[in-house]
Design a protein around this ligand. Sequence first.
Ligand SMILES: Cc1cc2nc3c(=O)[nH]c(=O)nc-3n(C[C@H](O)[C@H](O)[C@H](O)COP(=O)(O)OP(=O)(O)OC[C@H]3O[C@@H](n4cnc5c(N)ncnc54)[C@H](O)[C@@H]3O)c2cc1C
Ligand code: SF4
Length: 331
Amino acid sequence: MLRLPAFAYLQPTSLAEALHMKADAGPEGSYVAGGTDLYPNMKRRHQEPKTVISLMGIEELRGTRNAERGTAVGASITLTELQALRDRYPAVATAGELVSTPLLRNMGTLGGNLCLDTRCNYYNQSYEWRKAIDFCMKKDGAICWVAPSSPRCWAVSSSDVAPVMVAIGAEYRLVGPKGERLVPAGRFYHNDGINYLTKQPDEILADVRLPAPDGWDAVYHKLRRRGSFDFPVLGVAAWVKYEGGGKGEGERVTDASIVLGGVASYPQEVPEAGAALKGSTLEDDAIAAAAEAAYRPSKPLDNTDFELSWRKQMTRVYVTRALQELRGRRR
Ligand SMILES: Cc1cc2nc3c(=O)[nH]c(=O)nc-3n(C[C@H](O)[C@H](O)[C@H](O)COP(=O)(O)OP(=O)(O)OC[C@H]3O[C@@H](n4cnc5c(N)ncnc54)[C@H](O)[C@@H]3O)c2cc1C
Ligand code: SF4
């Protein structure tokens, strides 16, 4: 049985208190929300904080409220609570619902999901397993076992909700010792398996600003081995904006975004796929062009489940299905 190492556990009740505690703890301090990612990682010695600072007692991080141009969703709401947004934001709710099992969704939070550690078959293993093959550069080692001549880590962005946030143009409110800032979701992620977030380690993701649902629609589709449980090995978030608000069948798409999860170290937007949809009515030809455009840069590596060339092929299939669902909703 894997055991947690010893650590101090702190429970601040305000953002200011949490930031002070993190400053005192320094690099050996870590925030935790539901703990469904951090604690398993600590058991495998991926992260070894001496001080763990819980964000769950901070009222400001819970609940949803109206914000300028949309809705602000507190980072500490659970993925189960996220389901309350289904009427206005069905793609966000669906992505949250597709995460793991009900038990994990009752504990796991939106913020934890959006800050989820990247994953790799050579990393998500026990300390002893990793030691036996000699550690890799993401933790304790110097080499990448997936691409041994590579100077960087290729661990995979495996959050289900993050691709949707990037596709719909959500913004994240970050609070740190120097104040707060709003960051577009697309700029919060970095294509690097080790430094996969652009936020500073002491910054707290306070809430997520969802744009008002006026004239656009979005969907999320997920590929995984076991439908009841597994991480995504491919996620497709598709967003389209219509000229007349999306109520009529013949309305043209004025803007679109296709974002892939599970194929890179960040949620990967494919601008060419979005461009292929502009001016279309989501007819078959436009969908095929977008699926082909998304297929080309989709370059999964051999470090998650399933055979990688099959996963690449599935990009076409899943983008097609996602766009067909969007088209079907208008009829
Ligand atoms: C068996 C299993 C299956 C899983 N399947 C999936 C899946 O299919 N899809 C998926 O997306 N995830 C999956 N997960 C991962 C995880 O359960 C979820 O992503 C969950 O939403 C993480 O939220 P949390 O609150 O538990 O995160 P935590 O473990 O509390 O935190 C995760 C990371 O985020 C940081 N963090 C958390 N909140 C904040 C904040 N507000 N500000 C700054 N940093 C913060 C923490 O410091 C930590 O580094 C799975 C996990 C397990 C164990
Ligand atoms: S991609 Fe390479 S460096 Fe990154 S976790 Fe996997 S084996 Fe380690």
